[in-house]
Design a binder for this molecule. Structure first.
Ligand SMILES: NC(=O)c1ccc[n+]([C@@H]2O[C@H](COP(=O)([O-])OP(=O)(O)OC[C@H]3O[C@@H](n4cnc5c(N)ncnc54)[C@H](OP(=O)(O)O)[C@@H]3O)[C@@H](O)[C@H]2O)c1
Length: 217
């Protein structure tokens, strides 16, 4: 099943953006793909059987109703500042983890212990834009390796305040080959961000099936 009544865009064609693009395409989901490097985006799209249409970031923001913004937290802040009111009415999907390099080959938090990037970003959006936290709970390699897992799909947790926006993103998670499980509202975002109790790089430490996920939340 794919989302067909809203145009979907992936913004950011890096590690996560390109893997999500492959997962969506494998599920038959059509989408716009916009990176800063159009040539790199075209290269990614060329392997995706016509499911990805490469456009500029401006065009993606204009045309899409659902924007998966696969960029680092600071770039996400800048993206919201740049597009501001143009994001009103759209569903903004946030896979970001609030981390940066720790200088020793690992990661450290770049926001306060009790803060989540999901809530910070939601607070920066214009009225009428709805943020859904999703697609950041698994590492990039796992996003590829665990897609369309048999016999039971691996779970991707998501958090949303708005039911309709959450349902749309649940559909996208399914299209990408995973089982969606809603952890709650955006106040639960911290649990599905890196170091959170439901993150692959947190207390959970692995992928889970729906039954296991429902026990864990
Ligand atoms: N890597 C993981 O395992 C993982 C797992 C879960 C969640 N995440 C989260 O996913 C997000 C992306 O991570 P990543 O690993 O994919 O990083 P990445 O490989 O560095 O890719 C980020 C991409 O975003 C692009 N970008 C930045 N600002 C942009 C803008 N305004 N418009 C269009 N493209 C823009 C960058 O382009 P340039 O190259 O031109 O800067 C780059 O291609 C981060 O927030 C991260 O926390 C990552």
């Amino acid at each position: 099943m794919t989302i067909s009544d809203s145009t979907v865009a992936i913004i950011g064609a890096g590690n996560i953006g390109s893997r999500l693009a492959a997962d969506f395409a494998a599920g038959g989901q059509d989408f716009l793909l916009a990176g800063r490097d159009a040539e790199a985006a075209r290269k990614i799209a060329s392997d995706l059987d016509g499911h990805a249409e490469v456009v500029s970031v401006n065009e993606a923001v204009e045309r899409a109703g659902v924007l998966v913004v696969a960029v680092w937290l600071d770039d996400f802040r800048q993206f919201i500042a740049q597009y501001g009111q143009q994001l009103a009415g759209k569903v903004i999907v946030d896979p970001s983890n609030p981390v940066g390099p720790d200088g020793e080959g690992g990661y450290r938090r770049v926001i306060g212990e009790q803060e989540s990037s999901g809530q910070i970003l939601a607070g920066l959006l214009p009225a009428g834009a709805r943020l859904v936290k999703a697609f950041g709970t698994l590492s990039a390699p796992t996003l590829s390796a665990a897609a369309r897992q048999e016999p039971e799909r691996a779970v991707q947790f998501y958090a949303a305040d708005d039911d309709a926006a959450g349902d749309l993103v649940a559909g996208l998670i399914r299209a990408g080959g995973f089982e969606p499980v809603r952890v709650g509202g955006l106040d639960q975002s911290i649990r599905i961000e890196m170091f959170g109790d439901l993150h692959e790089y947190g207390a959970l430490g692995r992928t889970v099936t729906r039954t296991e996920a429902l026990k864990a939340i």
